[in-house]
Write a protein that binds this ligand. Sequence first.
Ligand SMILES: Cc1cc2nc3c(=O)[nH]c(=O)nc-3n(C[C@H](O)[C@H](O)[C@H](O)COP(=O)(O)OP(=O)(O)OC[C@H]3O[C@@H](n4cnc5c(N)ncnc54)[C@H](O)[C@@H]3O)c2cc1C
Length: 442
Amino acid sequence: MMTAADIHILGGGPAGLATGYFAKKQHLDFVIFEASDQVGGNCRTLQLDGFRFDTGAHRFHDKDPEVTAEVKLLLGDDLLRVDAPSEIYYEEKYYRFPLSLSDLVDKLETKTLLRIVLDKLRISNRKQTNNFKELAVNTYGKTLAERFLLNYSEKLWGQPTDQLSTAISGNRLKGLNLRSFLRSAVFGTPQNPPHLDGSFYYPKYGIGTIPDRLCESIGNDRIQYNHSVSRIIHKGDRIDRVVLNDDRTVDVNIVINTLPLTLSLRFLEPAPPPELRSIANTIKYRHLILCVYCLNRDSFSSNASVYFPDAEFPFTRLYEPKNRSRSMAPEGQTVIVLEIPCFRENAVWNMSDNALQDATWQALCRVKPLALDEIIHYRTYRLPFAYPVLEVGYEDNVKQLLDYFEQFENLYLTGRSSLFRYLHLHDLFKSGKDVIEQIVRV
Ligand SMILES: Cc1cc2nc3c(=O)[nH]c(=O)nc-3n(C[C@H](O)[C@H](O)[C@H](O)COP(=O)(O)OP(=O)(O)OC[C@H]3O[C@@H](n4cnc5c(N)ncnc54)[C@H](O)[C@@H]3O)c2cc1C
């Protein structure tokens, strides 16, 4: 039996680290149990020789001034302001993303533009939208939604879009203004707002610098690596102990849990009521495969990210780290990362690295001709629990599970997979701070 710290944090991803960071500021005694031998979870920067790349295309969103100030403090000059556009690749053309008026007018045929205008006239602003498909069609009209959004979302989330919640949009669907659109289409006057979405913060050496700096700040000795939580034992209305690696039991005082909601439910002992276990079986996480090509060429594209809505491409997104920071690849060379979302039971999750390379290389060469001898390295990585799948009605199911955990007075939940919410780094900082303030107040 180990002695208990004041607080035990389960998981050393950004949520666990951010919580530890604020716990340290409050002079609280805490320890983080992390299953793997590294921190950062799904927000790491990996390295192969001189090539760096993140676990999926990341950027730091400047959404919460307090959090941004904290991240600037942690990173100093290593936090860059980046200006890099993103595009959609569809039927052999690149379209600006987010969709822009002048760009669509430049690239689409007249008959498609007319359909878009007719769609816009049919849109009712007051229409209640019950799912993502309705939201996308109501925001952009059927033609644009089908061409760029519905097919992409179905690939990303693995569900028909009329079964997906409007929450997957993250409030990012802005629509196009019909008057501006017509002015642009008829008179050729560009009416684009400045390209704000292409401007963001990014660490010089990759997004993983943020969890790494959090880890340095809280002290590496606070983290117990290779300590996988295997059981969470409760007694009355408290969490009493946690079991690590199936054989070490730790008494706990306060527990902050960042582990996926479904896993946590499975770890509970005694087990939760069968109806809750049935609910847990209905909620899903999307996993992600990364196919990484280190190439002996200076550049593949000038985009931060390229999106692939078409089903003929096995990947949804391509990202080229060097377009965020030049320090991500050696001089004269580049690295590109292709993302393939899937469920664990899909055959692709278990495909061999060679088969994945074959499937992605052929598709990649359709985007830009490449020679096999340009490949310096190829690697595959698998990221479990990348996205909670927000299906229509998920809120009620998730609430029932979260309510069950709320009965434990010494347990707090934070983190993307734990809260089953589409959270980003700035949210995790905020949530970590809130949890610690709650604990200090008690
Ligand atoms: C492809 C992709 C792109 C993204 N882009 C952005 C972006 O642009 N901007 C942004 O702000 N955010 C982005 N995010 C979100 C961000 O990376 C996640 O929100 C973040 O990683 C979630 O952090 P977390 O700590 O909640 O969970 P995770 O990162 O999943 O960390 C969980 C940790 O718990 C550990 N663990 C698991 N099981 C156990 C166990 N049994 N015992 C102990 N430890 C365990 C894991 O090893 C891991 O370290 C993106 C995420 C993905 C996947």
